[in-house]
Design a binder for this molecule. Structure first.
Ligand code: BTN
Length: 324
């Protein structure tokens, strides 16, 4: 075993996908070729990710978990391309990284879901906390539409906003570029990573993270002020199968429109759910912080801001804070 992810993944699979509800630490050590101490450390890490484990003197007992049911998903999904192949894993480092391994051979529209990640990645190099109960997935897109993909992640953010709204009834909105928020607190986000051949778009790996059934007390300190979860807002768990299905179907519609070259339609969708337009904002980019009023989203997905000095700036990437 080279890094904790592989050991944790093997331990979690033996415990949660195996036939027995209880297993000794010695047996786990033997089957993973790790020491009993390493097994103890692994169990601690898995507990921090929300796996319900009941330690006994020399063994470990599992409590039931509800995983995403990919068979049900495949059977119910009615889509054009997204979800034509669906992969599921219990525990990974990051689904983005797993998808990169499949990228060459996997078809356009492949989806890879994991129950937990120990190194979920967010935008701008941030970490994305990914315990049990969320929806953590990556979509592989291989668009044939040769134009810039700028509008695509933004429009997929709009699709996610709509899917969450339709499934839960919660009033969600999209904060530019692609944070789904509930009353200013972030509930979901999108990380889009593209490859180019010259200026032609190659493949795009779209990472989607939704804090679905994540207890607000599980969120790391400090994050609970700026982030929320659907179960916290609703005071009950959401059906992750239903929400995943709806999200894939909404994203599939968006992808189809993108491939048909109808960017204006996508732009209208984004403008409809985007709460940034008309707000006083602070935009943070690699070039610094800028304050002004967000006026519109341009045809390439850029945020058009009238700065405090009266000049107009166009931001193609960055992060926004709504000031009021
Ligand atoms: C953001 O910063 O808002 C984007 C968060 C994206 C998180 C998801 S979870 C599934 C996929 N795998 C990752 O490592 N990140 C994305």
């Amino acid at each position: 075993m080279t890094r904790p992810t592989e050991l944790d993944s093997a331990v979690a699979e033996i415990i949660f996908l195996g036939p027995n509800a209880q297993i000794t630490l010695g047996e786990l050590a033997k089957r993973t070729r790790a020491s009993v101490q390493e097994i103890g450390e692994s169990i601690q890490r898995l507990s921090m990710l929300g796996y319900p484990l009941n330690p006994k003197s020399d063994s470990i007992e599992r409590l039931p978990i509800h995983t995403i049911n990919t068979q049900e998903l495949e059977a119910s999904l009615s889509s054009w391309r997204i979800g034509r192949r669906i992969e599921w894993k219990l525990h990974v480092h990051s689904t983005q990284e797993e998808m990169k391994k499949l990228c060459q051979e996997a078809p356009d529209g492949t989806v890879l879901l994991a129950e937990t990640q120990d190194f979920g990645r967010g935008r701008l190099g941030r970490r994305w906390f990914s315990p049990l109960g969320g929806i953590w997935m990556s979509l592989l897109l291989k668009p044939s539409w040769p134009k810039s993909h700028q509008i695509l992640p933004l429009a997929l953010g709009a699709a996610l906003t709509k899917a969450i709204r339709a499934t839960t009834g919660i009033s969600t909105s999209l904060k530019w570029p692609n944070d789904v928020t509930i009353q200013s607190r972030k509930v979901a986000g999108i990380l889009s990573e593209a490859t180019y051949e010259g200026d032609k778009l190659g493949s795009v790996i779209v990472g989607v993270g939704v804090n679905a059934n994540v207890g607000s007390t599980t969120l790391p300190k400090g994050l609970d002020r700026i982030a929320t979860s659907l179960s916290h807002e609703l005071r009950r768990d959401v059906d992750r199968n239903v929400l995943t299905l709806r999200t894939l179907e909404e994203m599939d519609k968006t992808y189809r429109i993108f491939e048909a070259g109808q960017g204006t339609e996508l732009l209208n969708d984004v403008r409809q759910v985007c709460s940034t337009i008309g707000r006083k904002v602070e935009v943070t980019t690699t070039g610094g912080h800028f304050e002004g009023e967000a006026q519109q989203i341009g045809g390439n997905g850029q945020l058009i801001v009238r700065l405090r000095n009266g000049e107009t700036a166009q931001f193609y990437a960055g992060d926004t804070v709504h000031l009021r």
